[in-house]
Design a protein around this ligand. Sequence first.
Ligand code: ACO
Length: 469
Amino acid sequence: MRGGTQEITDLILNAKERAIKETSHEPEPELTQPQKWPINCTVGPGLEGAIACETKVGYVNGAKGWLIYRGYNIFDLCAYSTFEEVSYLLLHGLLPTATQLEAFKKKLVQYAHIPYTKRLLLSFPVEKMNPMAVLRLGTSFMRQEFTDVESEDYIADTVRIINADEDSIPMETKPMGEEHAIYEFRREEREKKIRDELKGAGGDESCHHLLAGVASVMAAAARLRAGGYPLEPDPELSFAANLLYMMNGKVPSPLEERIMDVALILHADHGMNASTFASMVVASTLSDIYLSVGAGIAALQGPLHGGANEKVIEMFHEIGTEAQVKAWFEKKRAAKEKIMGFGHRVYKAYDPRARVLAPLAEYMSNKSPEGKKMFGIAKALENEVVSTLGSEKKIFPNVDFYSGIVYTCMGIAPEFFTPIFAVSRVAGWTARVQEYLKNNRIFRPRAMYLGAFDKEYTPLEQRGNEKKD
Ligand code: ACO
């Protein structure tokens, strides 16, 4: 399908074959037919088992290890599709025609141009900030600059203020290896058009804007952290290639582009996970899509969710060598500590995303001694964990276990693993928010109140001896 990366396609299709073979005996899925509300379901702590809404966006089956976007299984999408197609599919419900795809790609390049957001970011110590915090900040700036959510006047004022101090910005020196190091602050006509299209911070256009813009913010954060200036997208490049280009200032090889594309496809959507739920909760109050995506970014950052990929690499460094894996794991197991990159609320079989990422990590890691060493540790740790906790508690590697190795082999710094995840997951967050809003009902679960009821109010001077419940 794509020049020079047939080997990657073969690895993905092999992973698909193994997945089918290993899980074919598992029972067929339940709860895939319309139910009458209210639904009876057993709910555990952390809303385990709770059914909160209906969806056609995507489906995760934990027993079979299935991940499906709009009817297509993740292996086929990784093998044959692209991130542009997949995000269009998630948002619009169907794979695009050639004309639709072309228009969508053009739009993404247009919306990747977020000059004022980048400009505002430059006034913050972005290089010292957690990149996920930068992404959140970036979505707020995108909302403010490119929509009229607050008022038309605000935008006009912002433009004037920016113009006034433009001279104080130093000229960019061309970073090494770059062909197109152009950073433009102003393109008035184009921006006016974008602002008109995005009026109101809702609808499909805002989703497209976020999809492209969050990628630009992420790449800008990477550039600023590395001591460079943000780059403009190259309209000739794919979404995946542009992401790498805007981060590194170098057009990636077809292999790097393909691997990034597959990684983006794998992370684009995943049921009612914590960050998706967070963005849906915010949207259900009729807040807007920019703030909803900001909530998703915040929730994704934590190490129990998307933040685990960065922790996995720290863990490999802590382990040190393949020979130390067994002793390290035994110690952690005895202390009942969680192993980063393993376990999942839904998957009780091997996570299909890890099935794809493991062979890609092996393929990429073979190209360097450091990569080989890291993959050796990972594989040995997987064997230890799966041979003990696999049968005991159905604990297998999750999406975050091998992704970090893939990114490390591509020269990406660990603090950008979770932001890359976020860039891709914007597709799932926005698709699910849009779907939910068609039939919106504010999310409002309950808690079990275990406190007291009949305490007598104690005056200030008599307090101090009371015990906390
Ligand atoms: N290592 C060791 N044991 C584990 C692990 C792990 N990574 N994950 C779960 N377990 C054990 C728990 O100790 C628990 O054992 P117990 O029943 O004897 O007490 C049992 O498996 C169930 O675990 P819970 O924590 O109840 O599972 P939950 O569904 O609440 O949590 C989670 C899921 C957060 C992913 C958990 O597995 C974990 O913390 N993993 C490590 C962090 C990680 O990799 N997160 C990324 C997940 S993928 C994503 O969000 C993109």
